[in-house]
Design a binder for this molecule. Structure first.
Ligand code: HXC
Ligand code: NAP
Length: 295
């Protein structure tokens, strides 16, 4: 696997030098992988989540690798006061913030009718409210200081298709996508870009434990849903995120980039189920169909 180009760094060294980037949910999973790569490219980071110990561990791991600053700050994105405090501490340490990666999320599979109202709220509050809390606090400050900046939101492909059994997450991610596109237009005049990434399946402990529990993995092999027959590698997502948060993508605004090996389209196409047919079966089908044309 390590020989594949997509598991390797893509951008030039120092592509994010002197940039200061906040990553919500930056202590684990995809947030940690994207943060590690941003730091390798020269960025200083602020990583946030609810768990101090985990943040500190990740911050020192990244620092050991890159020797660029990583500031861990506990911040529950559902609470606007904590978000304002996180912004103030970031400014105190670095004097500015150039990029906001809204990556924090909560999710689990469940039939919707089994959810309590509080369970639904919990997911929507982390994903949608958390994203607009951070976006609002940072946006106000950027506009006031006339500072160009970049917002990158992590959604998922069911932001537009919807999905059974993760309904609160689907509602919330759809809201985040609407926020991305709306502010791309409204805040473009301030030099603030808003883009999103819609990843397909990228194994992480946080997502897999809650969405694809071990007991279900054999019966529901997620790779079979993907035309390319594999799941994503963290580095290929990190490459895309680094591009979108960097100045290389200066003319990208309001875009949502899907990186899912073709997964959602496979679920959507009317005749995609015919991939199960063998060449021999296709020979038979062709005969039948051609006959229809002649009669
Ligand atoms: C039904 C559940 C439940 C479950 C929790 N609840 N788990 N209901 N089925 N499996 C209910 C609780 O009973 C409670 O309601 C309410 O939800 C809040 O639960 P708490 O545990 O009090 O909340 P909290 O401690 O804030 O934890 C939030 C969490 C947890 C979302 C429930 O899973 C979490 O911390 N997640 C963070 C990380 C995460 O989820 N990562 C995955 C992102 S993956 P009551 O009424 O009982 O009080 C992702 C990928 C998308 O988004 C695409 C993949 C391809
Ligand atoms: P993860 O490791 O569980 O990441 C979620 C992060 O959010 C955790 O670090 C968690 O930290 C943080 N978080 C949760 N609630 C929070 C809150 N209230 N305030 C602040 N931080 C909070 O899962 P992941 O797979 O890397 O997911 C990262 C992002 O990718 C999410 O937006 C997810 O929807 C998206 N995504 C993932 C996949 C995939 O296949 N993995 C696919 C599509 C989209 P704490 O618990 O310490 O707070």
């Amino acid at each position: 696997m390590t020989d594949n180009l997509y598991t390797q760094s893509m951008l030039k060294e120092n592509s994010l030098k002197d940039k200061v980037i906040v990553i919500t949910g930056g202590g684990t999973g995809l947030g940690k992988s994207m943060g590690t790569y941003f730091s390798q490219l020269g960025a200083n980071l602020i990583i946030t989540s609810r768990k101090q110990e985990r943040l500190e561990k990740t911050a020192s791991e990244i620092y050991e690798k890159t020797k660029n600053k990583v500031l861990p700050i506990v911040c529950d994105v559902r609470d606007y006061k904590q978000v304002e405090n996180m912004l103030a501490k970031s400014l105190e340490e670095f004097g500015k913030v150039d990029g906001l990666l809204n990556n924090a999320a909560g999710n689990f599979i469940s039939p919707t009718e089994r959810l309590s109202n509080r369970a639904f709220n919990t997911i929507v509050d982390i994903v949608l409210k958390g994203t607009y809390n951070c976006t609002l606090a940072f946006g106000k400050q950027w506009i006031e200081k006339k500072q160009p900046a970049t917002i990158l939101n992590i959604v998922t492909t069911y932001a537009w298709t919807g999905s059974a059994y993760v309904v609160p997450s689907a509602c919330a991610k759809a809201g985040v996508l609407a926020l991305t596109r709306s502010l791309a237009v409204e805040w473009g005049k301030y030099g603030i870009r808003s883009n999103a990434i819609a990843p397909g399946p990228f194994p992480t402990k946080g997502a897999w434990d809650r969405l694809f529990p071990k007991e279900m993995r054999d019966a529901f092999d997620v790779r079979k849903k993907v035309p390319l027959g594999r799941v994503g590698e963290h580095q290929e997502l990190a490459n895309l995120a680094a591009y979108l948060i960097s100045d290389y993508s200066s003319f990208m605004n309001g875009e949502v980039v899907t990186i899912d090996g073709g997964e959602w389209l496979k679920g959507a196409g009317e005749f995609n189920m015919f991939e199960k047919l063998t060449p021999e079966m296709w020979d038979e089908v062709e005969k039948v169909v051609r006959n229809v044309k002649r009669s």
